[in-house]
Design a protein around this ligand. Structure first.
Ligand code: CA
Length: 493
């Protein structure tokens, strides 16, 4: 969710709302019953308000929703039912599959990435890291009709003023002709395209890099990658610097995780820190802060300014770490080992998306209602796991899918041994250690695993551009040379 400084705060507070929510059975509130008359009356008022002064009457009316979408209000007030440990978050977001997709994308877009590097000074793999985490390299963009989502959020519940601004900006984007109206789909909160920019961020920072005169972050990979680089550059990216690196703390060293408290490399050398492999710290960071996502017993990192630019993409340290880690593995072109040098402080590490799918399929076969097999362990799957654990006497019945549960279910269900180990969240946690869900798909919205919304009906129906909605197998991709082709979404376009 690309945020301007103001909206960073706005959505950060949303994020924190999720982060510190009570974990016990908070769950998804019911979808509210929203009055369409109230929506239409509200839209009449917005149309003539100063916020919408840059939107012409034709555009406003043409894409005016004929009904509210209650599911976005449900998403707005959703609080996760289950805590997610950082190792679960990282292992689902940075798995071998995503590294391989990233290596393929690096080769496919090598020329474009080179040009972007020279224009914006942002390392190719850092752009790829963001792209992979944000939209799974353009494969997962979110399907909610943006005008319906943003109109609903503009007129109901909390944060209306913020969403009114985003609604007006979304209308300006189609008014400018940058994005086809039929491509204006995204997360429940309005982030869209391969970079998952909010409309305000789009207007501020999207660029046309393929030279066709449109900033098309939905269909043009060069536009999307260059806009990502432009975003990072705008947030203070330092050309030539690494994001940071995994380090080793001296024995008995105690420190709090404090990324913002940056010190010189000499300072950290004096403290006895080394690279994770024991080599001396290189002097290639201007200054660095210590990041301990799971406390002093887990992997430790020194992070510089470029890590902060990743952070500004979504205001979550674990999210930024996923980008950083993915970009390192794409640089090394090695998908065989996705772990850090220091293990997470758990005897039950997280699982990959493929392992998550295997578990979901097994539960489905066993008659549990987990919804779709999508590799995302959401509330439905976790509830099913909890029921399964309870039925088998597995302790703790926490609904978590780690390596132990994977082996038990996929290996031989008869071998499940009740465990007395309480593995959980006992480690010191940084302020935002309950991250937003993987950005791919529908970041905050994805927390909910919501059903597809009812189809939007505009009045009258737009006639611009072929629709990509309902088409999940292929997408149009514009190359740097301007040629357009259809690429299968499951081939890592
Ligand atoms: Ca373009």
């Amino acid at each position: 969710m690309r945020l301007t400084p103001v909206s960073t705060l706005s959505l950060l507070s949303l994020a924190i709302g999720f982060s510190f929510a009570s974990t016990a059975q908070a769950a998804k509130p019911p979808a509210p019953d929203l009055s369409n008359a109230e929506l239409q009356q509200c839209l009449d008022g917005l149309k003539n308000s100063s916020k919408f002064s840059g939107v012409d009457g034709y555009t406003f009316n043409n894409y005016r929703p004929s009904q509210p979408d209650p599911s976005v209000i449900q998403s707005l007030n959703y609080q996760p039912e289950f805590q997610k440990d950082v190792w679960d978050y990282l292992s689902s977001l940075v798995d071998s599959e995503r590294v391989e997709d990233g290596i393929r994308a690096k080769r496919q877009w090598a020329d474009t990435l080179r040009k972007i590097e020279s224009r914006y000074g942002v390392k190719a793999e850092h752009v790829l890291g963001v792209w992979g985490v944000e939209s799974n390299f353009g494969q997962t963009l979110g399907k909610k009709p943006l005008f319906e989502s943003l109109a609903t959020l503009s007129c109901f519940d909390r944060r209306q003023s913020y969403f009114q601004g985003e609604y007006a900006n979304a209308l300006k984007i189609v008014q400018n002709g940058d994005i086809a109206p039929s491509d204006m789909t995204g997360s429940w909160a309005g982030a869209f395209g391969q970079t998952q920019f909010m409309p305000s961020t789009f207007l501020e920072l999207a660029v046309d890099f393929d030279g066709d005169g449109r900033r098309d972050l939905v269909n043009s990979v060069p536009d999307a990658l260059a806009s990502t680089a432009n975003f990072l550059d705008n947030r203070g990216y330092r050309t030539g610097e690494p994001w940071g690196y995994e380090v080793k703390l001296p024995s008995g060293y105690w420190a709090a995780s404090d990324r913002k408290n940056k010190k010189s490399i000499s300072h950290w050398r004096d403290q006895g820190l080394t690279l994770a492999n024991g080599s001396p710290l290189p002097y290639d960071l201007n200054s660095a802060g210590l990041l301990l996502p799971a406390g002093a017993e887990g992997p430790a990192f020194l992070v510089g300014k470029n890590f902060d630019t990743f952070y500004s993409y979504n205001a979550s340290e674990n999210y930024a770490l996923a980008i950083a880690h993915l970009s390192d593995l794409i640089t090394k072109e090695d998908s065989s080992k996705t772990d850090f040098v220091t293990a997470w402080p758990t005897d039950d590490p997280g699982i990959s998306r493929q392992q998550a799918k295997d578990i979901q399929q097994a539960l489905l076969n066993a008659g549990y209602d987990i919804g779709e097999v999508d590799g995302i362990i959401g509330d439905n799957t976790r509830t099913a796991i909890q029921q399964y654990q309870t039925s088998k006497g597995i302790f703790p019945a926490d609904g978590r899918a780690g390596q132990k549960f994977y082996r038990a279910v996929i290996g031989n269900a008869g071998n499940i041994a009740p465990s007395s180990t309480q593995y959980g969240n006992q480690y010191g946690q940084p302020a935002n250690s309950q991250p937003l869900q993987p950005a791919s798909a529908d970041r905050m919205g994805q927390l909910i695993q919501q059903q597809t919304s009812t189809p939007i009906t505009y009045s009258p129906q737009s006639s611009v551009q072929p629709s990509s909605s309902g088409n999940t197998r292929y997408r149009r991709v514009t190359s740097a040379d301007g040629s357009v082709k259809l690429v299968r979404v499951d081939e890592g376009s």
